[in-house]
Write a protein that binds this ligand. Structure first.
Ligand code: ASP
Length: 333
């Protein structure tokens, strides 16, 4: 008994989350809205921490933290997802277990309330890694996950964002063929969510969930549901969740790239993340990465004006930030 108490004390637990990186302008974020984001991020951290502190797994902590953000209208995931050009909400999510390298993902789903739970079901209840569209929805229903009418995802704020994006496109691209990529500015209000966790058994996990990009077309899928791009976890290196211009994160294999630099080149985690963000910037992208290693060292790096983010560890104190420099834990500075 004493031994296990000592072990529990000695084992670092950690949860790091993000709620999206982008052009978050200080003067445009009202006190009320900032307060709402701060509270939602803190709730997410506390939900995941409760699991880790009780000896639960990093996978369960990642799910709990992400579900809080998926259920909030503030973030571009679950309830607050953005609209596609056709006026639909097409959601995606992925999850990975660093102890087994098992992974699951769903993409282009329109009726699953919590895509992160569906990604987990794919990981644990199927022999596949990624399911999409109606098939993923049928599978989620069979697994007893909550299915909602697509209207559940309607929010006026996101609808207005779509109308603005469509109007801008007409003005700017009047003579062009329909653009496949979103126009500059449409990326500004991102809110993809993600979490990385370390449990008291030393296991890492990562997960990411999003509604994608406003005004996306043609069944576009981003990095958030792609293992190695938006999400990666390996006990031998790190757990990573990404947010940003998905196409560039896919091309840079952002999450795996970060993990590979730590594992193979022994880079400090913040350096690895910043290297990857520089690669992404060089091909025209931006965003952020949260990274966590098996000792509880973490980094929250971004090359945008802000990233909604937070961290909690053994002391149970939720620390949330939005602006300023990227942060790393003391041992990584
Ligand atoms: N990475 C997401 C996507 O491209 C967007 C975001 O992170 O805000 O779908």
């Amino acid at each position: 008994m004493v031994t296990s108490l000592l072990m529990a004390d000695a084992s670092p637990i950690r949860l790091v989350i993000h709620g999206g990186a982008g052009t978050i302008i200080r003067s445009k974020l009202t006190t009320e809205r900032k307060q709402a984001y701060t509270e939602a991020l803190a709730q997410s951290l506390i939900a995941g921490y409760a699991i880790l502190a009780a000896g639960g797994s990093s996978i369960d902590a990642v799910i709990a933290a992400i579900v809080v953000m998926e259920d909030s209208p503030l973030f571009n995931a679950g309830k607050g997802s953005v609209f596609s050009h056709a006026g639909h909400n097409e959601l995606e999510a992925s999850i990975m277990d660093g102890s087994t390298l098992m992974a699951g993902a769903v993409a282009a789903v329109t009726t699953i309330r919590n895509p992160i739970r569906a990604a987990h079901a794919v990981m644990t209840k199927s022999t596949h890694v990624m399911l999409m569209g109606e098939g993923a929805e049928t599978f989620a229903a069979e697994q007893g996950l909550e299915i909602v009418d697509p209207s559940y995802f309607y929010t006026q704020y996101r609808w207005d964002q779509l109308q603005k994006a469509i109007a801008k496109e007409r003005v700017l691209r009047d003579h062009d063929a329909a653009p496949v990529t979103p126009l500059p500015g449409e990326n500004e209000k991102r809110g993809t969510v993600g979490a990385v966790a370390l449990d008291c058994y030393g296991n890492l996990a990562a997960g990411t969930s999003t509604g994608g990009l406003t005004n996306k077309r043609f069944g576009r899928v981003g990095d958030s549901s792609i293992i190695g791009a938006g999400t990666y976890a390996d006990n031998h290196s790190v757990a990573v969740s990404a947010t940003g211009t998905g196409e560039m994160f896919i091309r840079a294999a952002a999450a795996f790239n970060t993990a590979a630099q730590v594992r193979l080149q022994h880079k400090p985690i913040a350096e690895a993340a910043n290297n990857v963000l520089a690669e992404i910037a060089a091909i025209g992208g931006d965003g952020g990465l949260i990274v966590l290693d098996g000792k509880g060292n973490y980094a929250m790096c971004f090359n945008t004006t802000g990233m909604y983010r937070g961290v909690i560890g053994n002391d149970g104190v939720a620390r949330v930030s939005i602006f300023s420099e990227a942060e790393t834990s003391a041992s990584e500075k």
